[in-house]
Design a protein around this ligand. Structure first.
Ligand code: C5P
Length: 229
């Protein structure tokens, strides 16, 4: 099956003091370049669409040009929320694409092994999301801080990207969910709401998302180690 990757990179990095996560230098390369490198090494990926913001589009365009990747990379503009950015990227995929892999630019520790696993699982299930076990006990709380409930931890996982979907399912989902799209934080949620069966597969604990300065420190360390190996 032909597979296209959509990389949302149009965020403003508010929780990181307004620093652009996609362009953040980590062990000598911008975060997005690490992601593009992992995708380009994955034989299963046929094309890539990077979704940029008005603010970082020019920088991302030139990064994609100098990267000299083996597969075509297009850059398009995103929206005000992540889900809108992803949808804009999906609209740019070639008509021949049957599977879409979505991966945040803010997760630079993607590996080609994780991509391979994701696509193999998508062939089997049609809609899959990388997930890792939850290590903390999770509490649901009310706005005043009172604990409402404590779900059984053994039933919980933390969802990551990559997430891979049959493109016809994702398009059908966009038709069904309409405007509620903007409120969700990942595409798996949309497919669940639309009634498609979504399966998890083992993610990678190192595949962290850059959210706080601590994440940046950890990612820098891990990527520098990979560079030496
Ligand atoms: O905001 P969060 O950290 O969850 O962002 C995850 C990914 O979604 C990042 O790579 C970010 O650039 C992207 N994003 C986007 N468009 C937005 C908001 C976030 O492409 N409007």
């Amino acid at each position: 099956m032909t597979c296209g990757a959509v990389i949302p990179a149009a965020g403003s990095g508010q929780r990181l003091g307004g620093r652009d996560k996609a362009l953040l230098p980590l062990a000598g390369r911008p975060a997005l370049a690490w992601v593009l490198g992992a995708l380009a090494r994955s034989a299963q990926i046929d094309e890539i669409v990077v979704v940029a913001s008005e603010a970082n589009a020019a920088a991302i365009e030139s990064l994609c040009q100098v990267s000299e990747l083996r597969i075509p990379v297009r850059v398009t503009l995103g929206g005000a929320e992540r889900a809108l950015s992803v949808r804009a990227g999906v609209e740019c995929l070639s008509p021949s694409v049957q599977l879409v892999l979505i991966h945040d630019a803010a997760r630079p520790l993607l590996t080609s092994e994780l991509v391979r696993r994701a696509i193999a699982m998508a062939h089997r299930h049609g809609a899959v999301v990388a997930a890792v076990p939850v290590v903390d006990t999770i509490k649901q709380v009310s706005v005043d801080g009172r604990v409402v409930t404590t779900p059984d931890r053994s039933t919980l996982v933390a969802a990551q990207t990559p997430q891979v979907f049959r493109l016809d399912w994702l398009r059908e989902t966009y038709r069904r969910v309409g405007a509620s799209l903007a409120t969700v934080t990942d595409e798996a949620t949309l497919l669940e709401r639309a009634g498609f069966p979504v399966y998890i597969f083992p993610g990678d604990p190192e595949n962290i998302k850059l959210t706080t300065p601590l994440d940046v420190t950890i990612a820098e360390f891990l990527l520098a180690r990979r560079r030496r190996e």
